[in-house]
Design a protein around this ligand. Structure first.
Ligand code: WQD
Length: 338
């Protein structure tokens, strides 16, 4: 069965391609390589023994999207990762984000709406909850006004899919609300490849550990949490990738209760910034150079998932601990800097 993975050369996309191929799916990737590298194809092939089909183009080119679906009329499902994801950049360049993340989603849904049946998995984010009133966060927690155009594209993306599913009986969709993805494949063939200075905590930690950065800035230690630093739910990327395959199978097998569903994908456990640093120090045997600086504007105090719905409905559960995921991130950092 053929599955289209947009953004399949990216961090979460590439790990998901591996899990799909391991389950026997035929994968075709569309990626414009704006934030990824064609060499990722070699990594995927090294792990699975199969080189996925790959087409390099930008999904904003509507005619190319139409042409793709006319040539691949047997695509049964789409997992849509391709999107811009830098929160700060989205504040500077809102229209770029609306065009990249919303325009392309509309083009894909238009194509899928013309099919008799189609399954669609959307990369959403815990960012839709903002600072939730209750922890852990369940899927029915209110969606809060977005802090950034990026966050807005995830909220609007979910609404666009919901509205489309309402009037398109053949279209089945699931939005996965990711908490904080991290780590690399255990084979160390694929992992995260941040462009420029990493904005996210874990790649900043490993780059500091390897000596690429002088020190990590910890953004605030005066939050109302146990150690004063923010709490997040760090989810291992391979666990997250498996959730996509289970969500897709749910749709392909017609087991979904509604034609649009949302699931949290996290571990259910919150970890502070200092706990993440301690985890790094444990698995690497290195002391991490860090200093506490001011809070970063827009950061929520804490966010961790109630994963009951994914556990019971998808039959999915995070298997890796923070230390295991951190070890994989560290192994990957050492390999790519070698
Ligand atoms: C984690 C914690 C920082 C860097 C991400 C995505 C966002 C959304 C949710 C995507 C926070 C602290 C970080 C550093 C630090 N998901 N930190 N020093 O903010 O939860 O957001 O996940 O789809 O788009 O960006 O993740 O990794 O940036 O930060 O102290 O140099 O680490 O303050 O508490 P965040 P993050």
């Amino acid at each position: 069965m053929k599955i289209l993975v947009t953004g399949g050369l990216g961090f979460i996309g590439s790990h998901t391609v591996v899990e799909l191929q391991n389950e026997g799916f035929e994968v075709v990737i569309i990626d414009d390589c704006s934030n990824s590298d064609v060499k990722v194809l070699d990594g995927i092939s090294a792990i699975t023994g199969v080189r996925p089909q790959f087409e390099r183009f930008d999904l904003k080119e509507k005619s190319k999207v139409e042409d793709f679906f006319s040539r691949h009329s047997n695509v049964a499902g789409v997992i849509h990762f391709a999107a811009s994801k830098a929160v700060g950049e989205s504040v500077e360049k809102p229209l770029l984000y609306y065009e990249n993340n919303i325009g392309t989603l509309v083009y894909l849904l238009k194509e899928l709406s013309q099919k008799n049946t189609a399954s669609f998995i959307f990369s959403s984010s815990c960012t839709v909850y903002g600072q939730a009133d209750q922890m852990p966060i369940t899927e029915d927690a209110p969606v809060k006004p977005a802090e950034s155009p990026y966050g807005n594209t995830k909220q609007m993306g979910e609404e666009i899919i919901f509205d489309t599913c309402k009037v398109t009986s053949g279209l089945q969709a699931i939005a996965l609300r990711y908490f904080n993805p991290m780590g690399a494949h255990p084979s160390v063939e694929i992992g995260e490849l941040p462009v420029g200075v990493p904005q996210n905590l874990v790649p900043f930690i490993t780059q500091t550990g390897i000596g690429m950065r002088d020190e990590l800035s910890v953004f605030g230690d005066d939050y109302p949490t146990e150690d004063g630093t923010c709490i997040r739910d760090y989810i291992y990327v391979v666990d997250l990738a498996r959730a996509h395959v289970l969500a897709l199978k749910r749709l392909l097998e017609g087991k979904n209760a509604q034609n649009f569903e949302v699931f949290n994908v996290g571990t259910g456990k919150g970890s502070s910034v200092l706990e993440a640093i301690q985890s790094f120090e444990r698995v690497s045997g290195k002391k991490l150079n860090y200093k506490v600086v001011d809070r970063r504007p827009g950061d929520v105090i804490e966010a961790y998932a109630d994963t009951t719905k994914a556990n019971t409905v998808l039959g999915w559960k995070a298997e890796y601990t923070l230390d295991q995921a951190m070890k994989s991130a560290w192994d990957w950092e050492q390999k790519i800097r070698d």
